[in-house]
Design a protein around this ligand. Structure first.
Ligand SMILES: [Zn+2]
Length: 154
């Protein structure tokens, strides 16, 4: 089955165009449509197809943004961080001091974008990698973040 590309619109919504009738379909489930796990979509024209972000459509940006990460599970651990890499699906950060973070820890990351509005981003994340002070994390709250989508547009 052909896989159609999911797009992030400037307003933060995610959508895909039906290959049969050309209708733009907006569906929050598309947010989780990775190349490895496409989402099946049924259009109002009855065409069924699969949709996923293309790998190169995962916009990521090298950044230097200051903030904090508070791990809440399994233990509380509060850290000042510098976000170094940002995408719609997650981020990488360096902790400023010593930490007790481990893979699969869950918590809340908070940082300020250097956009015009100085948007404050507060998201729940799960840690995917921890190497010394370098931490990789994935957003796990399924929220749509207009400011972030706008910030990361190509
Ligand atoms: Zn259609």
């Amino acid at each position: 089955m052909e896989i159609r590309s999911v797009f992030t619109e400037p307003n933060g919504r995610v959508s895909v165009v039906c290959p049969n009738c050309g209708l733009t379909i907006t569906n929050e489930a598309l947010r989780r449509a990775s190349p490895a796990k496409p989402i099946q979509i049924k259009c109002t024209c009855n065409r069924i197809f699969k949709a996923a972000f293309e790998k190169r459509k995962y916009y990521r940006k090298q950044v230097e943004l200051y903030g904090s990460f508070i791990a809440t599970s399994p233990i509380r651990d509060e850290n000042d961080i510098v976000v170094t890499d940002l995408s719609l699906t997650g981020l990488a950060f360096e902790t400023v001091g010593k930490h007790m973070l481990r893979i699969n820890d869950v918590g809340t990351v908070r940082f300020t974008l250097n956009d015009v509005q100085r948007s404050i981003i507060i998201r729940n994340v799960i840690l995917k990698s921890v190497r010394d002070n370098l931490v990789g994390a994935a957003f796990c709250d399924g929220r749509q973040e207009k400011a972030l989508a706008f910030y990361l547009r190509p």
